[in-house]
Design a protein around this ligand. Structure first.
Ligand code: PMP
Ligand code: GLN
Length: 418
């Protein structure tokens, strides 16, 4: 067998995402690992942000209709025209973002949109700046592009929310002149929603460095407190903004992998030039079905947001009953972040194992979304992300388990010490 290590990129990409084990082999992603931990211990899996409730029947009907209508062959490389028009219409209607269908590119989820954009826009040796913790695809794609990643932490704020370290942001931009700045708003895992003023600041920094701004807005419809502001509507020069989003979270259809890029036609073409050799095209009939939803014929998104809000309240109330731990009240998204550092010196991985074994609770240790040795890694050393997008039954069961943990800690405050 040829030597697999003689090509290095695959290994470097996995390494950038923190997946290389001590013996050099490649580990599972943290999502797979935590799903396995939950299965092994019989715990409620509050790990991966995969909805525990289904996609709406009207979406499934629309897909069946599209298949029956014969949309079963390759879609055009840019995407079905109906889909491109629907994304443009949805952006205008929901966020007052003017978009021409020629700016839109269909992608296989936000993941392909992000990777293709990074490969297309980052020069070899260029610097990419993002906020940390961050989605694991960013470091891997930046490595594939031959770039280097610098990060600015989003940290717990004394008011109970989160905030980026803005002074550090200014310093890092001035010192590294990034080619591209990735802005994930609403932010996974903190739920931090970048305000218009924050985005103006990022836009000014990007203009000074002549950088692109690449957005990741997959939680755009799941703002529970405040409003989602697309960076392209707040940044003074929208031509440097590449907007990415997807339908998975808004429509409980993460398995469909329906995503999109919005950029000036010339930039969209550059990204498409990369994307066409990753998948060329995918999801033909699903594009048609999603186009019908994005045109606004369903009430599902609003209903789902209200239902998520109710589940968030149930879970977060229970998390906040645990004495000595701090659980965030999410402004958006799927997650609460719970800091156990007041209760133990153990790190988040060890606390997660212990809670799986003894209380049937599994989440995602936040350090897995951070880079070894960073300020964010240190700040979230003992923090675990819990998803409330699970079924109401799972959320209720988890809330009961957190209350049991709270009661046990009242009896023995040293319970999590080792
Ligand atoms: N970005 C963030 C912040 C995410 O949490 C996820 C996971 N849903 C993605 C991108 C990937 O989205 P998709 O499933 O559409 O590829
Ligand atoms: N985005 C989801 C999360 O953060 C799922 C990610 C994945 O499975 N790759 O949990």
């Amino acid at each position: 067998m040829p030597e697999v290590m003689r090509a290095e990129l695959w290994h470097a990409m996995a390494d950038a995402a923190g997946l290389i084990r001590a013996d050099g082999s490649i580990g599972e992603t943290v999502y797979g690992e935590m799903t396995a931990l939950a299965a092994r211990t019989g715990a409620v899996n509050l790990g991966q942000g995969a909805p525990g409730t289904d996609a709406p029947p009207e979406l499934i009907e629309a897909a069946a209709d599209a298949m029956r209508a014969g949309f079963n062959q390759y879609a055009p490389g840019q995407g079905h025209p109906q889909f491109l028009r629907a994304v443009a219409e949805q952006r205008r209607r929901d966020f007052s973002q003017p978009v021409d269908p020629d700016q839109v590119l269909f992608t296989c989820g936000a993941t392909e949109a992000l990777t293709a954009s990074i490969l297309a826009l980052v020069p070899r040796g260029g610097t990419v700046l993002t906020f940390e913790p961050c989605y694991d695809a960013y470091p891997a794609a930046v490595t594939a592009a031959g770039g280097s990643l610098v990060t600015v932490p989003v940290l717990p704020h004394p008011d109970g929310g989160f905030a980026p370290d803005w002074d550090l942001f200014d310093e890092v931009v001035a010192a590294t002149h990034p080619s591209l700045i990735i802005v994930n708003t609403p932010h996974n895992p903190t739920g931090f929603v970048f305000a218009a003023g924050d985005l103006e600041r990022i836009g000014a920094a990007a203009a000074a460095a002549d950088a692109w701004v690449l957005t990741d807005e997959v939680y755009e419809q799941l703002v529970l407190e405040g409003t989602h502001v697309p960076p392209a509507t707040a940044i003074a020069d929208p031509s440097r903004v590449v907007t990415v989003s997807s339908a998975g979270k808004s429509w409980n259809a993460t398995g469909w992998k329906i995503g999109w890029v919005i950029a000036d036609p010339e930039v969209r073409e550059a990204i498409q030039a990369v994307k066409q050799f990753l998948t060329f095209t995918s999801g033909g009939p699903l594009q048609i079905a999603m186009a019908a939803m994005l045109e606004g014929r369903s009430r599902f998104v609003a209903e789902n947001r209200a239902s998520l809000q109710a589940r968030a309240e149930v879970l977060v109330d229970a998390c906040r009953s645990v004495p000595g731990a701090l659980a965030s009240i999410p402004a958006a998204g799927y997650f609460t972040v719970m800091d156990f550092s007041g209760l133990t010196d153990l790190d988040a991985f060890a606390v997660n194992e212990l809670l799986a074994e003894r209380f049937c609770l599994v989440g995602i240790p936040v350090p897995a979304l951070c880079r070894e040795g960073s300020a964010a890694h240190q700040a979230y050393r003992a923090s675990i992300r819990y998803s409330f997008c699970k079924s109401p039954a799972d959320v209720d069961r988890a809330a009961g388990l957190f209350r049991t943990l709270a009661a046990e800690l009242e009896k023995d405050p040293h319970l999590l010490r080792d």
